[in-house]
Design a protein. Structure first.
Ligand SMILES: [Zn+2]
Length: 269
């Protein structure tokens, strides 16, 4: 199943910077592009399965306390960018036009209800560092003006938001086979438009990287054949469309086979 074919021509373009770092602010540590980092626009639907597998594997490591994933969150951001929470939460993606923003129920600690725009932006930008009007990466990507802020170098997201979000994805995935699992609802506003011209076509608009990840998770839960794999030896979640193997690596296959052989030996001895 190829999401890029399924949503062909969708507006998904997203930004990733070549390097991210942690910066400490009074309300916590943020993940933010480094001063010398170079931005690049790309289409996250093309690598949605890899991205989902990586996010959920980090979520698994966090939930099971297997490793400190902080550095891995930076590497994830360098491959795929930040989640885009600032653009995802408001029901109107062109939120810069409003003085107040209406926030829905969310997992990021924002009180549902209206919040003044300045206060909202302060959660993503340290005070006084709103990007200058020359930052136009968002509109260059065919998106609303608010994305000029979200795609800018000054935009950061709290490390704890990202870690908890990854853990939440994996929590849902880990319960995929249980009969009592509850319906999965996500608060995104996934919009569409019909393009103009002689041959109009339907174009889906994904508001954020988070919305691409959530959609990929939803699709993976509904797929007839599992899209992602879980290593039989180490439990790692991975994506490999070509291999039939049940293991994430040769090493894991060998380890598993040695263990199986030893336990057979014990039974026979
Ligand atoms: Zn493995």
């Amino acid at each position: 199943m190829n999401l890029n074919d399924q949503y062909a021509g969708a507006c998904t373009s997203w930004v990733r910077y070549s390097r991210y770092e942690f910066r400490q602010f009074p309300d916590g540590v943020r993940v933010i592009p480094a001063a010398d980092a170079v931005p690049q626009l790309y289409n996250p639907l093309e690598t949605a399965w890899e991205m989902l597998a990586e996010a959920m594997e980090l979520g698994r490591q966090r939930r099971q306390d297997l490793a400190n994933i902080d550095e891995a969150v930076l590497r994830f951001a360098e491959r795929y960018g930040l989640l885009g929470i600032a653009a995802d939460l408001p029901s109107d993606p062109d939120f810069l036009r409003s003085r107040e923003i209406l926030l829905p129920e969310n997992d990021f600690g924002f009180t549902p209800g209206t919040i003044p725009i300045g206060e909202y932006l302060n959660r993503f930008f340290p005070e006084g560092t709103l990007p200058c009007p020359e930052d136009t990466l968002g509109t260059a990507a065919g998106r609303e003006e608010s994305y000029n802020l979200v795609f800018s170098r000054g935009y950061g997201e709290r490390l704890s938001w990202i870690r908890d979000y990854f853990a939440g994805l994996e929590r849902v995935y880990s319960r995929r086979d249980s009969a009592g699992s509850s319906p999965l609802t996500r608060p995104h506003t996934l919009r569409y438009q019909v393009t103009g011209g002689v041959q109009p076509r339907l174009q889906w608009i994904f508001p954020s990287l988070e919305s691409v990840l959530d959609l990929a998770l939803a699709q993976s839960l509904c797929a007839e054949e599992p899209v992602l794999r879980v290593c039989k030896n180490c439990g790692k979640i991975y994506y490999n469309p070509h291999a039939r193997s049940e293991f994430c690596s040769v090493r894991c296959r060998n380890q598993y086979n040695v263990r199986a052989w030893r336990s057979r030996q014990r039974e026979n001895g």
